[in-house]
Ligand binder design. Structure first.
Ligand code: CP
Ligand code: NVA
Length: 304
């Protein structure tokens, strides 16, 4: 059976460390003049139903740097789930390519693909999870502090895909995770229940007071208030989330060594002030860069 990477609930702490160590090693040893073609002849399919800069380009660059190639298409180009079933699509595409990354809305679609495909399936973002983002972020945090153990990450914003994967990544790596969000924008009950079952004894702290939440934070993280697919809710969300904007005053409440992270793309002046995004504590550009190194490690883990 093929190995998949669709949700961090299915990744063990040992596997997470193995992936991070591999990513760090690939980054450290990277020499553009000599990149061993470890995945020569292998093909990565990328099927996206939502826009992307970082995920798409870093996956295409990752497979190219490992000697393989990528094929990108939109779900609507092939009529995914419309022209034929997800299962038929998965069984057919498994005949042509070696690994498939999908960005879509429903996590169930990603899971159905993984059930039917005979090749590894990667979740390149769904409404519920963004595991590649969270694992790349662990690399950035570990590079900054030299460890993940005991590092306090406060996610200020919506209990969305990125927040959920970061909560899981924190549980996997010994970080302390807090979600600071308005009432009504916390994690869904089924996520919290599964989190409690998979990580018994790990607290999933929710705080509706952003100033209290960020006290002693080592990492202050935010993301857009309305994710892709929630555009119709943008106005109502702007009002609800206004007290949760990460500005210099909020960041000043965090630990003196605190860094600021954002998965990007950012809406400057909404969830984050430009002075924070461009400020001395921001690590958002190297953070985006680490997506490449993590995904190289991931492709090797799935294919070799
Ligand atoms: N952070 C992230 O996944 O960015 P893209 O949506 O541009 O891929
Ligand atoms: N929560 C955001 C993340 C984008 C990378 C979204 O889903 O739109």
């Amino acid at each position: 059976m093929a190995r998949h990477f669709i949700d961090l609930f299915e990744v063990t702490p040992a596997q997470a460390i193995e992936l991070l160590d591999r990513a760090a090693e690939l980054k450290e040893r990277d020499d553009p003049a000599h990149r061993p073609p470890l995945l020569a002849g292998r093909t990565l399919g990328l099927v996206f139903d939502k826009p992307s800069l970082r995920t798409r380009v870093s996956f295409e660059a990752a497979i190219a740097q490992l000697g393989g190639s990528a094929i990108f298409f939109r779900g609507k180009d092939v009529g995914l789930g419309v022209r034929e079933t997800i299962g038929d699509f998965a069984r057919v595409i498994s005949q042509y390519i070696d690994v498939l990354a999908i960005r879509t809305f429903s996590q169930e679609v990603v899971e159905e693909l993984a059930r039917s495909a005979t090749i590894p399936v990667v979740n390149a973002l769904s409404d519920s999870a963004h595991p590649c983002q969270a694992m790349g972020d662990l690399l950035t945090i570990r590079e900054t502090f030299g460890t993940l153990d005991g590092v306090k990450l406060v996610f200020v914003g919506d209990g969305n895909n990125v927040a959920r994967s970061l909560a899981q990544a924190s549980a996997l790596s010994g970080m302390k995770f807090v979600l600071a969000c308005p009432q009504g924008y916390s994690f869904p009950a089924d996520f919290s229940a599964r989190f409690a079952a998979v990580y018994p004894g790990v607290s999933l702290e929710i705080d509706h007071d952003p100033v209290r939440a960020v006290q002693n934070a080592d990492v202050v993280y935010t993301d857009v208030w309305a994710s892709m697919g929630q555009e119709a809710e943008a106005e109502i969300r702007r009002a609800a989330f206004a007290p949760f904007r990460v500005d210099e005053a909020l960041l000043a409440q965090a630990s003196r060594r605190a860094i600021f992270l954002h998965c990007l793309p950012a809406r400057r002046g909404e969830e984050v002030a430009s002075t924070v995004l461009d400020g001395p504590r921001s690590r958002v550009i190297p953070q985006a860069g680490n997506r490449l190194h993590f995904q190289k490690a991931l492709l090797l883990w799935l294919l070799i």
